[in-house]
Design a protein around this ligand. Structure first.
Ligand code: FES
Length: 165
Protein backbone atom coordinates (compact mmCIF):
# COMPACT_ATOMS: atom_id res chain seq x y z
CA UNK A 1 0.00 0.00 0.00
CA UNK A 2 1.29 3.46 -0.83
CA UNK A 3 1.16 6.01 1.96
CA UNK A 4 2.62 9.41 2.73
CA UNK A 5 4.30 10.10 6.04
CA UNK A 6 5.18 13.59 7.26
CA UNK A 7 8.37 13.24 9.26
CA UNK A 8 10.41 16.08 10.69
CA UNK A 9 8.78 18.55 8.33
CA UNK A 10 9.33 16.49 5.19
CA UNK A 11 6.81 14.46 3.23
CA UNK A 12 7.76 10.92 2.22
CA UNK A 13 5.92 8.58 -0.11
CA UNK A 14 6.47 4.89 0.59
CA UNK A 15 5.06 1.55 -0.45
CA UNK A 16 4.67 -0.72 2.55
CA UNK A 17 2.88 -3.76 3.86
CA UNK A 18 -0.11 -2.56 5.88
CA UNK A 19 1.18 -4.53 8.87
CA UNK A 20 4.37 -2.42 9.08
CA UNK A 21 4.80 -0.59 12.36
CA UNK A 22 5.60 3.09 12.31
CA UNK A 23 8.99 2.29 13.84
CA UNK A 24 9.85 -0.20 11.10
CA UNK A 25 8.60 2.16 8.38
CA UNK A 26 10.90 4.90 9.61
CA UNK A 27 13.90 2.67 10.18
CA UNK A 28 13.62 0.29 7.23
CA UNK A 29 12.00 2.40 4.54
CA UNK A 30 13.17 5.95 5.31
CA UNK A 31 16.57 5.15 6.87
CA UNK A 32 15.64 7.17 9.96
CA UNK A 33 17.37 4.86 12.41
CA UNK A 34 17.57 7.25 15.35
CA UNK A 35 14.47 5.70 16.91
CA UNK A 36 15.64 2.40 18.36
CA UNK A 37 14.01 -1.00 18.58
CA UNK A 38 14.54 -2.47 22.01
CA UNK A 39 11.68 -4.74 23.02
CA UNK A 40 9.36 -4.22 20.02
CA UNK A 41 6.32 -4.56 22.25
CA UNK A 42 5.87 -1.33 24.17
CA UNK A 43 7.88 -1.93 27.28
CA UNK A 44 11.22 -0.15 26.94
CA UNK A 45 10.51 3.24 25.32
CA UNK A 46 13.55 3.11 23.01
CA UNK A 47 11.25 3.82 20.06
CA UNK A 48 9.61 6.91 21.60
CA UNK A 49 8.72 9.60 19.07
CA UNK A 50 6.20 12.42 18.88
CA UNK A 51 3.03 12.23 16.83
CA UNK A 52 1.23 15.56 16.71
CA UNK A 53 3.27 16.53 19.75
CA UNK A 54 2.34 13.51 21.85
CA UNK A 55 4.72 10.78 22.91
CA UNK A 56 4.09 7.36 21.44
CA UNK A 57 5.89 4.07 21.08
CA UNK A 58 6.55 3.64 17.38
CA UNK A 59 6.60 -0.14 17.77
CA UNK A 60 2.97 -0.22 18.93
CA UNK A 61 1.31 1.57 16.06
CA UNK A 62 0.98 0.93 12.34
CA UNK A 63 2.44 3.36 9.84
CA UNK A 64 -0.77 3.40 7.79
CA UNK A 65 -2.56 5.01 10.76
CA UNK A 66 -0.42 8.15 10.57
CA UNK A 67 -0.84 9.54 7.07
CA UNK A 68 -2.17 12.89 8.24
CA UNK A 69 0.02 13.23 11.28
CA UNK A 70 3.14 15.26 12.03
CA UNK A 71 5.80 12.83 13.17
CA UNK A 72 8.91 14.03 14.98
CA UNK A 73 11.88 11.77 15.59
CA UNK A 74 15.23 12.39 17.20
CA UNK A 75 16.54 13.38 13.76
CA UNK A 76 14.17 16.35 13.90
CA UNK A 77 15.46 17.68 17.22
CA UNK A 78 18.09 20.42 17.12
CA UNK A 79 19.68 21.70 13.93
CA UNK A 80 22.30 20.06 11.73
CA UNK A 81 25.53 20.43 13.66
CA UNK A 82 23.84 22.09 16.63
CA UNK A 83 22.33 20.22 19.54
CA UNK A 84 19.13 21.43 21.17
CA UNK A 85 19.34 22.70 24.78
CA UNK A 86 17.85 19.38 25.96
CA UNK A 87 20.45 17.38 24.03
CA UNK A 88 23.22 19.58 25.42
CA UNK A 89 21.91 18.98 28.93
CA UNK A 90 22.05 15.21 28.38
CA UNK A 91 25.70 15.56 27.34
CA UNK A 92 26.54 17.87 30.24
CA UNK A 93 24.99 15.59 32.87
CA UNK A 94 26.04 12.26 31.37
CA UNK A 95 22.42 11.29 30.79
CA UNK A 96 23.47 8.13 29.00
CA UNK A 97 26.01 5.35 29.10
CA UNK A 98 25.71 2.93 26.16
CA UNK A 99 23.40 5.43 24.45
CA UNK A 100 20.90 2.96 23.03
CA UNK A 101 17.95 4.36 24.95
CA UNK A 102 19.05 8.00 24.57
CA UNK A 103 16.97 8.95 21.48
CA UNK A 104 13.85 7.62 23.19
CA UNK A 105 14.76 9.31 26.46
CA UNK A 106 15.25 12.65 24.73
CA UNK A 107 12.03 12.38 22.71
CA UNK A 108 10.11 11.44 25.84
CA UNK A 109 11.67 14.32 27.78
CA UNK A 110 10.92 16.70 24.92
CA UNK A 111 7.32 15.54 24.84
CA UNK A 112 7.06 15.93 28.60
CA UNK A 113 8.46 19.46 28.53
CA UNK A 114 6.16 20.37 25.65
CA UNK A 115 3.22 18.98 27.65
CA UNK A 116 4.26 21.16 30.56
CA UNK A 117 4.43 24.25 28.34
CA UNK A 118 0.94 23.48 27.01
CA UNK A 119 -0.41 22.81 30.51
CA UNK A 120 -0.25 19.29 31.85
CA UNK A 121 -2.89 16.96 30.47
CA UNK A 122 -5.64 16.80 33.04
CA UNK A 123 -6.11 13.05 32.82
CA UNK A 124 -2.95 11.89 34.61
CA UNK A 125 -3.67 12.14 38.33
CA UNK A 126 -4.80 14.93 40.56
CA UNK A 127 -1.59 14.82 42.55
CA UNK A 128 0.67 15.20 39.53
CA UNK A 129 -1.31 17.85 37.73
CA UNK A 130 -1.40 19.91 40.90
CA UNK A 131 2.37 20.10 41.00
CA UNK A 132 3.52 23.43 39.60
CA UNK A 133 6.95 22.45 38.38
CA UNK A 134 9.33 19.63 37.60
CA UNK A 135 10.06 17.79 40.80
CA UNK A 136 12.32 14.76 40.71
CA UNK A 137 9.31 12.60 41.62
CA UNK A 138 7.29 14.00 38.76
CA UNK A 139 10.10 13.53 36.25
CA UNK A 140 10.47 9.92 37.34
CA UNK A 141 6.74 9.32 37.03
CA UNK A 142 6.43 10.95 33.62
CA UNK A 143 9.58 9.26 32.27
CA UNK A 144 8.65 5.84 33.64
CA UNK A 145 7.98 4.47 30.17
CA UNK A 146 11.63 4.85 29.19
CA UNK A 147 14.02 2.28 30.57
CA UNK A 148 17.81 2.59 30.75
CA UNK A 149 19.52 -0.72 31.28
CA UNK A 150 22.76 1.10 32.22
CA UNK A 151 20.85 2.93 34.99
CA UNK A 152 21.86 6.45 33.94
CA UNK A 153 18.73 7.76 35.61
CA UNK A 154 20.41 10.36 37.88
CA UNK A 155 21.99 12.02 34.84
CA UNK A 156 18.77 11.82 32.87
CA UNK A 157 16.84 13.50 35.69
CA UNK A 158 19.55 16.16 36.06
CA UNK A 159 19.48 16.89 32.33
CA UNK A 160 15.70 17.23 32.24
CA UNK A 161 15.72 19.42 35.34
CA UNK A 162 18.19 21.77 33.67
CA UNK A 163 16.39 21.87 30.34
CA UNK A 164 12.87 22.16 31.72
CA UNK A 165 11.26 25.61 32.22
FE1 FES B 1 9.03 0.12 21.35
FE2 FES B 1 10.53 -1.06 23.26
S1 FES B 1 10.91 -0.93 21.11
S2 FES B 1 8.75 0.17 23.52
Amino acid sequence: MEITLNVNGESHRLDIDTRTTLLDALRNHLDLTGSKKGCDHGQCGACTMLVNGRRINGCLTLAVMHEDDEITTIEGVGQPGALSPLQKAFVKHDGYQCGYCTPGQIMSAKGMIDEFNMGWPSNVTDDLTAMPDFSRTEIKERMSGNLCRCSAYPGICAAITEAAP
